[in-house]
Design a protein around this ligand. Structure first.
Ligand SMILES: *[C@@H]1O[C@H](CO)[C@@H](O)[C@H](O)[C@H]1NC(C)=O
Ligand SMILES: *[C@@H]1O[C@H](CO)[C@@H](O)[C@H](O)[C@H]1NC(C)=O
Ligand SMILES: *[C@@H]1O[C@H](CO)[C@@H](O)[C@H](O)[C@H]1NC(C)=O
Ligand SMILES: *[C@@H]1O[C@H](CO)[C@@H](O)[C@H](O)[C@H]1NC(C)=O
Ligand SMILES: *[C@@H]1O[C@H](CO)[C@@H](O)[C@H](O)[C@H]1NC(C)=O
Ligand SMILES: *[C@@H]1O[C@H](CO)[C@@H](O)[C@H](O)[C@H]1NC(C)=O
Length: 362
């Protein structure tokens, strides 16, 4: 039963096979002017952004016909319709892109030949549902995502010089642990598995750097025990501390691995983006604006299935929608059972300003 619970929790990361019906599109026009400000730290000397990982940073690589990121009600806040992001609007990638002064986020790999976005901003290789190892999806793992970039280098789409003025954003937000538990991994074996995930992640970071990308920024693992899927049983009142302890091990090992990479490289090009700390402080109602608890109940997601069997975006066979969306998505930290809402990501980004401002090419 415990295993069953874990499976139900983690499977939602994968977010597939969700068919939807029509839904009233709600434009949230008020309150978002701050998203369009050019940020004062934007001249970091970085010309391109390359993105690797999963749904926390994917902006459209998942399969359009099956992924819920391409179905309503995803995208209702921005751009106003489903657009391949696992959120009501922008995700971390969009904010990091604006930080380094790239107006539109880097083009998703699968859309690179559509002519809609310039390749000069970099490229997003992240696929929702994937991990450093193969997970429960057939989409490319992080190694294969890096292979894609290497191929584009060989094909002359990007040059070494391009990469020398580029930054990589790398997210490994937990799908490896999803797959581990779903494939009957034991609790006893978890620490060893966490070690192998972080070791593989470190190899990937090193390889990205060796390809020539000078700044390699990796996200810490967010507190998995605070994701709505884990807190639903307490009516969104309490994080699961057992899960969060495992997360702490991942983050400790990641910190050591990145320190080692920086010790071994001349330019100290590796940086951890502490989204873990940002999530925790925002979920406690502190965040970038102490004293103002902007999220009503930060643990409670905006978009939820009508019962346990359904999730955000679910519809039944006759096309009837089996989810509800809150009235004010801008008051929610979480959008669905595992993904922050746009406002949540914006606040995470705001909380990370101090560490982002350290990132520049000189
Ligand atoms: C997307 O999924 C559909 C349905 O499973 C499949 O037919 C199609 O080949 C997939 N497309 C890609 C690019 O993987
Ligand atoms: C990534 O995927 C490829 C293709 O499925 C596989 O051969 C490779 O072993 C995977 N890499 C890792 C680190 O799991
Ligand atoms: C990358 O750029 C820096 C600063 O402009 C320069 O010193 C360095 O030689 C370049 N490295 C490569 C491999 O081109
Ligand atoms: C996991 O274990 C259950 C019960 O022991 C079994 O029914 C299931 O097939 C196993 N799944 C995998 C992926 O091994
Ligand atoms: C926390 O999660 C673990 C499994 O990771 C589970 O065994 C435990 O019952 C959960 N605790 C609470 C309070 O829900
Ligand atoms: C990195 O180098 C510092 C200073 O030389 C050292 O104290 C530290 O133990 C090293 N860390 C790792 C993980 O190698």
């Amino acid at each position: 039963m415990e295993k069953q619970q874990n499976l139900v929790f983690f499977i939602y990361f994968l977010s597939f096979f969700v068919l939807l019906t029509g839904f009233q599109v709600v434009q949230c026009s008020s309150h978002h002017h701050h998203h369009h400000h050019q940020h004062r730290f934007s001249s970091a000397g970085i010309s391109k952004l390359f993105v690797f990982g999963d749904s926390y940073v994917d902006t459209g690589n998942n399969n359009k016909t099956v992924a819920r990121s391409w179905k309503e009600p995803y995208g209702i806040t921005f751009p106003g319709k489903p657009a391949g992001r696992f959120s009501d609007g922008r995700v971390l990638t969009d904010y990091v892109a604006s930080f380094i002064g790239i107006k539109s986020g880097p083009v998703p790999y699968v859309l690179r030949n559509m002519g809609t976005d310039p390749l000069s901003n970099g490229m997003n290789f992240a696929y929702g549902g994937t991990g450093v190892f193969n997970t429960l999806t057939l989409d490319p793992n992080m190694t294969t995502q890096i292979d894609f970039l290497q191929q584009l280098l060989q094909d002359g789409v990007y040059t070494k010089d391009d990469l020398n003025s580029s930054m990589a954003l790398v997210s490994a937000a937990g799908n490896d642990y999803t797959a581990y538990l779903a494939k009957n991994g034991t609790t006893e074996g978890l620490p060893a598995f966490i070690t192998s995930v972080v070791n593989q992640l470190a190899l990937n970071l090193k390889r990205i750097h060796e390809l020539g990308i000078r700044k390699v920024v990796v996200t810490a693992l967010e507190p998995l025990g605070c994701l709505p899927q884990r807190t639903a049983s307490s009516f969104y009142q309490q994080c699961n501390e057992t899960d969060n302890k495992a997360v702490d091990l991942h983050n400790l090992l990641l910190q050591q691995a990145v320190e080692k990479l920086n010790n071994e490289s001349k330019d100290a090009g590796f940086v951890i983006l502490d989204i873990h700390g940002a999530f925790l402080s925002l979920l406690k109602g502190q965040g970038a604006h102490p004293g103002i608890s902007k999220f009503e109940n930060p643990l409670k997601p905006c978009c939820v299935g009508v019962t346990n069997e359904f999730s955000c975006g679910s519809v039944d066979e006759s096309g009837v929608k089996k989810y509800t969306v809150c009235e004010n998505p801008e008051l929610a930290f979480f959008w669905d059972d595992v993904h922050p809402a746009q406002e949540g990501w914006f606040e995470v980004y705001s909380a990370l300003q101090a560490s982002l401002s350290q990132i520049h090419l000189g």
